[in-house]
Design a protein around this ligand. Structure first.
Ligand code: ME8
Length: 639
């Protein structure tokens, strides 16, 4: 861990339902893992998207009197927008209707067909349109009536000629693989469940649908009368997402791939998918991490049950940070959890408003009142109580890392909240408010406040994967410039990094206390305090050489997700590296009139010398370059 690659995926969601709580949990969990890996210095790539083909969508289109493509476009855009508004840091949003994906699916189908892994046969059986699959005889034997236990809809008897993948022959190889790779499916209970299925004979898998029944799918490259089965199409998104088969780098990302899924799609991911990969001659992904289900009043929360919890409504009501905290804290990864707004309110009030929020408030208040709003001097070792507090604080980083290694985000949050507890106890034990009255205690008072500010800094760093906005806010209040990657996590394992004399900001309460009756009033916690930026002299302003630049060319920088290389005409043509790759396709920037800080010292970024900086703003998760609203001549001075 640290300085390596990481690749995390969510299931791609069907476009027959709008984003709900269940989708949000998985996507938040993946976001937290991606951010955690970035925190420890890994280069993380995070893929999510939508699953758009198949019977389900074709039927929904017929019911709604529209076309599958229109439904897919609308709902896919809604998922994307929802994740953006929830602050989810995905790197790529994939759609199974993307031409690149269609090519990948055809490529793999042809490959397995050529290897003789696929045959044509007639098959009749009971089919669930919700699950998009036939039920096996064993499953049918377990049902009292022929009704799908998940979708509560009668199974339909379907008989037709189709193509089959020889999945049965991989049963032993898969079982051996799972047994010899302990972390392949986790938590353990799901691994055992899969080994349980594999005790029974495995059937071959029907991988096509005749076009006479379904046209909304990817055509088989070897038979134009059929489209491929939705799971054969959908699962391959994980490979398309990293450029398989054309991008030679796909293999390195693939080797570190972690799929995060809910337990409903365990069989497709733990049996269909690895056997498909074996047949296609592709190595297996690294880990399948499976979480349980959120339930509300004893039913699964999903579209079919009608209990829809919409993430953006929760954000508007309670704030995204509060919603994130509750979901990550109250579900033990792997087990089911029950959802209620009462529990959310209680959890957030207890942990964030009372415990963490009050502690931060008290400390920053004291820093302002007793030491003039700056980081005070740290004293030398002043005794047991101080050392014990430092030790407890420093143990948190290790505990968080250990919990995350075991996919226990809830336990990691516990470890962080425990430091806030311990800071509250430290305040009670040392009573800084009494020390202030005693001149002889000045050094100790400063030492206590220094330690408490350090503790806030460490909490701020450790919270970054879980509560990114709170983390930023805490760090900026104690005046900590953020450090990227490996150095960042290292800074959570050390005391004494805050610079005495630097400014701290008290700000308002970090979290409002929530009430269950809160109604929609677009709130987002934590509140960002209005930090006064340091004032500068006119002289300094005059030294800035800001000019209008015309972007002549823009190109991606290999191996960088963030940077683009631009040639900008600012009266002369300069190479400028800009961190805009997440927000713009290179060609979108070409021809734009931008604002360039021309006299910034040259710097090397990814081996390229950048001479200047393009000004931009990131707001609401979207980046935008600054431009002028009338045509200006390249090189004109901005004043
Ligand atoms: O299955 N609690 O898509 P889907 C927790 N397209 N998580 C839940 C949940 C709940 N109550 N309800 C849903 C599909 N989820 C396929 C996947 S992947 C190649 C294709 C989450 O829209 C959970 O992650 O039905 C579950 O696995 C997923 O949503 C199912 O999403």
């Amino acid at each position: 861990m640290g300085n390596s690659l990481y690749y995390v995926t969510t299931p791609i969601y069907y476009v027959n339902a709008e984003p709900h709580l269940g989708h949000t949990y998985t996507t938040l969990a993946a976001d937290t893992f991606a951010r955690y890996h970035e925190l420890v210095g890994d280069d993380a790539f995070f893929l999510t998207g939508t699953d758009e083909h198949g019977d389900k969508i074709a039927r929904a289109a017929t019911e709604q009197g529209t076309t599958p493509q229109l439904i897919a476009d609308r709902v896919s855009a809604l998922f994307r927008k929802t994740w953006k508004e929830c602050g989810i840091s995905f790197d790529r949003f994939i759609r199974t209707t993307d031409p690149q994906h269609v090519r990948t699916v055809k490529y793999v189908l042809q490959k397995v067909f050529d290897k003789g892994e696929v045959y044509k046969a007639e098959y009749g059986g009971y089919y669930c349109f919700g699950c998009e699959r036939y039920f096996t005889q064993t499953e049918l034997d377990e049902l009292e009536d022929k009704v799908c236990p998940d979708h509560k809809k009668p199974l339909e008897y379907v008989k037709e000629e189709n193509y089959f993948f020889k999945m049965s022959k991989y049963r032993d190889a898969l079982r051996d693989y799972i047994e010899s790779h302990p972390g392949f499916i986790r938590p353990e209970r799901y691994k055992n469940e899969v080994l349980g299925f594999l005790k029974e004979p495995l059937d071959d898998l029907c991988i096509s649908r005749p076009k006479s029944r379904l046209t909304w799918g990817i055509e088989l490259p070897f038979d134009k009368d059929f489209v491929t089965y939705v799971w054969f199409d959908a699962l391959l998104n994980y490979l398309t997402g990293i450029g398989y088969p054309d991008d030679p780098d796909w293999k390195v990302r693939w080797a570190v791939c972690e799929h995060i899924i809910g337990k409903d799609i365990l069989k497709t991911h733990a049996v269909y998918w690895p056997t498909m990969l074996m047949a296609a001659g592709v190595p297996l992904f690294k880990t399948l991490s499976v979480h349980g289900f959120w339930k509300q009043k004893e039913s699964k929360i999903a579209k079919s049950t009608g209990n829809v919890v919409r993430p953006l409504e929760m954000k508007a009501k309670y704030g995204m940070e509060a919603f994130r905290y509750y979901l990550l804290k109250d579900m033990v990864f792997g087990l089911d959890a029950s959802y209620s707004e009462e529990a959310l309110v209680q959890r957030v009030n207890a942990d964030l408003a009372n415990n963490l929020g009050n502690m931060v408030n008290r400390v920053l208040n004291m820093a302002e009142k007793y030491v003039g709003g700056i980081v005070p001097q740290r004293g030398d070792s002043l005794g047991e109580v101080h050392e014990a507090f430092k030790k407890e604080t420093l143990s948190a980083a290790g505990n968080v890392m250990a919990a995350m290694e075991e996919i226990k985000p809830s336990r990691a949050l516990d470890a962080i909240i425990r430091i806030a507890d311990s800071a509250n106890r430290y305040i009670v034990a040392t009573e800084p408010f009494r020390m202030v009255k005693d001149d002889e205690k000045k050094e100790e008072l400063e030492h206590v406040l220094y330690n408490l500010l350090e503790c806030i800094r460490i909490i701020g760093i450790l919270l970054s994967p879980f509560l990114p906005r709170t983390s930023k806010e805490l760090l900026s209040r104690v005046g900590w410039k953020s450090v990227e990657g490996r150095d960042h996590i290292a800074a959570a394992g050390q005391f004494g990094l805050l610079q005495p004399g630097s400014k701290v900001y008290k700000g308002g309460p970090l979290f409002d206390r929530l009430e269950i009756t809160s109604v929609t009033n677009d709130r987002d916690m934590p509140k960002e305090s209005d930090h006064p930026a340091a004032l500068i002299d006119f002289d300094l302003w005059e030294k800035l050489d800001l000019r209008i630049g015309l972007v002549k060319t823009a190109e991606p920088i290999p191996k960088s997700k963030k940077l683009l290389k631009l040639q900008v005409d600012i009266g002369e043509v300069r190479t400028v590296v800009a961190g805009m790759a997440k927000y713009y396709a290179p060609e979108e920037l070409v021809g734009k009139s931008v604002v360039v800080l021309a006299n910034l010292k040259p710097a090397k970024l990814m081996g390229i010398e950048s001479r200047g900086m393009v000004l931009a703003v990131v707001s609401g998760g979207r980046g935008s370059v600054l431009t002028t609203d009338r045509q200006s001549v390249p090189g004109s001075k901005v004043s």
